[in-house]
Design a protein around this ligand. Structure first.
Ligand code: HAX
Length: 433
């Protein structure tokens, strides 16, 4: 058994015992109450599942196994070619529950390199899509095609015992994560670079190799990729991509089915697709101002016009957060250091000053502050990646780290099939009013 799997193995039985005892001794403890309004408002605030990898606090933002993003960007091992934390490290933390050493992260980089073998039929699946198909459609379909290699599916068909489910799920999860940069970069090069593909460089870390296969080999872009793939990796269990992935996985669907489901949720404009929507919206604003960066007053008029058209301001608001997203701040810090004079960064800052009071004034928006998607796109544009309809795929590659850690743990502790109860309005009125 490889070292990471061995380490995980040692953590599993104590966790199973902990959960069994907790439920046995405290199973009737009430952990929340449900209001009628929550049934009609997307289950906001309802505690309904366990996710060990990370927890979102409305005011403190995301914590991964108890560590804030700021702390982790300091504490996680870095590449020897830069200052950014490596996403391999956050994966280790989410999976094992401890901070990794430099040796741990290089073990993961090597393991993913070793596992990054994408069968030909997956490329053929991608090739069969017309170029007009959104990159997320092609990404999700390619993940499904990859499913043919599922170790879990094979083990299940061979009658594996429940307590061993996690082992083949671990194999699938690691293989899937390893293959995603190849699949994503293949889609990118097919759509935008005349199908001129770039072979992996096996000496690089996961992010730098991904940047290299996309066709961006300069150090700054690789650093951006490390940051990007770290900060988008997980956002507890209730967001659409995590929840969709969890739900589908709970039926014992394998890692490929479960992750593809998550990606279909991420592809929605209120979730991960918001990163492309932000760029589209910003560029249209510039275009409408004759190619110039609009003034604060002009931004304000533009924002109000968007709202009057019955549209949302992309990149602002959140279902849980009630302050500026720390992932926004992490990207802002990167921009301040590396591209502070970039005109679109100046525009993003202007939008940040203008939008919150306008959203507050509507009297209905619960969180007027920017989320992760308000910032990510312009960083990529600055380094020459201008094909913004691809940006959600980058988000998806990163999200695999969280969703796959969650799935492995769900299998390890034997999480049951998810089956909440739905109501009818008639029943709500009859039984509760
Ligand atoms: N612009 C305009 N109106 C907004 C808004 C925004 N950015 N954010 C919320 N609202 C509106 C809602 O549409 C809702 O209006 P109605 O009552 O007329 O339906 C009202 O304010 C209350 O919404 P809320 O409770 O504050 O927000 P929700 O929890 O319902 O929704 C969303 C959270 C993120 C979906 C929402 O803020 C939004 O649509 N934001 C813009 C899209 C976006 O940036 N999405 C990415 C979110 C982060 C993420 O998942 N990244 O992947």
């Amino acid at each position: 058994m490889e070292r990471l799997k061995e380490k995980l193995n040692k953590k599993i039985q104590p966790k199973r015992d902990e959960i069994r005892n907790l439920v046995k001794n405290n199973g009737d403890t009430v952990v929340g109450e449900i209001r009628l309004r929550q049934l009609y408002s997307g289950m906001r605030g309802m505690p309904s599942m366990i996710t060990e990898t990370s927890k979102l606090d409305p005011h403190d933002g995301i914590k991964f196994r108890g560590y804030s993003l700021d702390e982790l960007l300091e504490l996680l091992p870095k590449s020897n070619k830069g200052e950014q934390a490596l996403p391999e490290g956050i994966f280790y933390l989410m999976l094992i529950g401890e901070l990794p050493t430099q040796e741990d992260v290089s073990m993961i980089s090597k393991e993913w390199m070793k596992r990054s073998k994408v069968p030909d039929y997956v490329f053929k699946t991608i090739d069969s899509f017309p170029n007009e198909s959104h990159p997320m459609t092609q990404f999700s379909a390619a993940i499904l095609a990859l499913r043919n290699q599922s170790f879990f599916m094979k083990a299940y068909n061979d009658g594996v015992r429940k307590e061993h489910y996690w082992e083949s799920t671990y194999e699938d999860a690691m293989n899937l994560i390893a293959c995603l940069p190849i699949i994503a970069s293949y889609i990118y090069r097919k759509l935008y670079k005349n199908g001129e593909y770039i072979s992996p460089d096996y000496d690089l870390d996961w992010s730098a190799n991904f940047a290299h296969m996309l066709g961006y080999s300069n150090n700054d872009f690789q650093e951006l990729m490390r940051l990007y793939l770290t900060i988008h990796s997980d956002h507890e269990g209730g967001n659409v991509s995590a929840h969709a992935s969890h739900l589908v996985g709970s039926a014992l669907s394998d890692a490929y089915l479960s992750f593809s489901a998550g990606m279909n949720g991420l592809a929605g404009p209120l979730h991960g697709l918001a990163n492309q929507e932000v760029v589209k919206w910003l560029l249209k604003m510039v275009e409408d101002h004759g190619g110039n960066i609009p003034t604060k007053e002009e931004v304000s008029i533009y924002v109000k016009k968007t709202l009057n058209e019955g549209r949302v301001i992309p990149g602002f608001g959140h279902a849980v957060l009630r302050k500026t997203d720390p992932r926004y701040t992490a990207q802002r810090n990167f921009a301040l250091k590396n591209l502070k004079d970039y005109d679109l960064f100046i525009l993003v800052n202007r939008v940040f000053e203008v939008v919150p009071p306008i959203l507050q004034a509507t009297g209905k928006v619960k969180n007027p502050w920017p989320n992760v998607d308000a910032h990510s796109g312009i960083l990529l544009l600055k380094y020459g990646m201008v094909e913004y309809d691809f940006f959600t795929v980058l988000f998806g590659v990163s999200r695999s780290l969280g969703l796959m850690s969650q799935l492995i743990w769900n299998r390890a502790v034997g999480s049951p099939i998810e089956r909440p109860v739905s109501m009818t309005t008639e029943l709500v009125k009859k039984n509760y009013l």
